[in-house]
Design a protein around this ligand. Structure first.
Ligand code: FA5
Length: 330
């Protein structure tokens, strides 16, 4: 029996040494220590041998089981280390390679166009002012010569709030705020959001305007026309035609609207980009300026419309959908 155990030992160790993969080692483990293994056969025979030999054979057999288990575990660790080394040697990362870079964000086209317009008008001497989005009826309408029940209120599809407050329908209330705060000369622009209950391909319920106001002594319509022509020429270059159309706003007299030629998908048409005019005398009275001493001009332009012309976009909603495919083009 001792000889059998020795022969099992020699044979098993040689088999373990020949193994080259964890999968084969698993199979060999079942073969060497499983229920049908040569060692188990010996252990099953122990009850049949003479009683005085049983402790020695039993001890040897158990020792062999323990030796084989240790040997298998040692081999397993060796194979794990070998597989890990093989993986590391064949999958090395070259940390000296340059990275592909992180994608960087850009300004929204409305922000870019706002900045562009403000930078041109800043150079013409206009300072930037801002006003709140929630306005009083007085600043948004009354002081701008739009009394309650004035038909011009219908021109603005207004979102009314409580306590005679409104979501401002234009940036013109910043004119009133500025004139109530300071004496002429005044030369300001006021970019910001405005709100109207209005929506189609060129109208949005929330959009952006830039207001302009220049008040001083002896300001004439020629100043308005010269300033706006120079500004639009700089903004659009020579490829866009510009036309001044006579119009009506309660807070300017005379008033104009300005259209710019707009080509999209090969079709050219006019797009209205701003309203303008000489400040109406009643507006000066509302802010306690003497209309016989001062004159001025004001304008209010739609930033989305200008962006639509500059980038040849045919639907205003594209600016608000936050579609990455659209925004990443700018
Ligand atoms: C006004 O809002 C006047 N406050 C402008 C003004 C200021 C006139 C100072 C005279 C003196 P109007 O409603 O036309 O005017 O709007 C001005 C510009 O905003 C339009 O020419 C157009 O470019 C843009 N706009 C108007 N409504 C929308 C809209 N729903 N969506 C996008 N842009 C719009």
């Amino acid at each position: 029996m001792i000889d059998i155990l020795n022969s099992i030992k020699t044979d098993s160790i040689s088999k373990i040494n020949d193994i080259d993969s964890l999968h084969e080692l698993d199979q060999l483990k079942s073969f060497l220590l499983g229920k049908k293994s040569p060692l188990m056969d010996v252990l099953k025979e122990i009850p049949k041998i003479p009683a005085q030999d049983r402790p020695i054979i039993g001890k040897q057999a158990n020792q062999l089981k323990e030796d084989l288990t240790n040997c298998l575990n040692q081999k397993k660790q060796e194979l794990i280390n070998k597989e890990r080394d093989h993986f590391l040697n064949n999958n090395q990362t070259d940390i000296s390679l340059p990275t592909s870079g992180l994608p960087s964000g850009t300004y929204h086209p409305i922000t870019t166009v706002t900045r562009l317009i403000c930078s041109i008008l800043n150079r013409y001497g206009y300072a930037i002012k801002q006003g709140p989005n929630i306005e009083s009826d007085f600043n948004n309408f009354e002081a701008l010569n739009i009394a309650p029940n004035h038909p011009a209120r219908d021109m603005h599809d207004t979102f009314y709030l409580k306590n005679k407050r409104v979501l401002r329908t234009h940036t013109s209330p910043v004119q009133i705020r500025t004139m109530l705060m300071q004496e002429p000369p005044i030369k300001i622009i006021a970019p910001g959001k405005v709100y109207r209950c209005d929506a189609d391909t060129s109208h949005s319920p929330v959009f952006h305007q830039i207001e302009g106001l220049f008040v001083d002594k002896h300001i004439t319509f020629a100043d308005l026309k010269g300033t706006l022509e120079a500004f639009l020429q700089e903004l659009f270059g020579k490829n866009h035609a510009i036309r001044f159309r006579s119009s009506y706003f309660p807070f300017t007299e005379p008033s104009v609207e300005i259209d710019v030629s707009y080509t999209v998908n090969g079709k050219t048409s006019w797009l209205e980009i701003m309203g303008a005019g000489m400040v109406q005398r009643n507006v000066f009275r509302h802010v306690s300026y003497d209309p016989d001493s001062y004159t001025g001009f004001a304008f209010g332009l739609g930033i989305e419309r200008i962006a639509m012309i500059l980038y040849e976009i045919d639907n205003i909603r594209l600016f608000y959908e936050n579609d990455h495919r659209f925004l990443s083009q700018f």
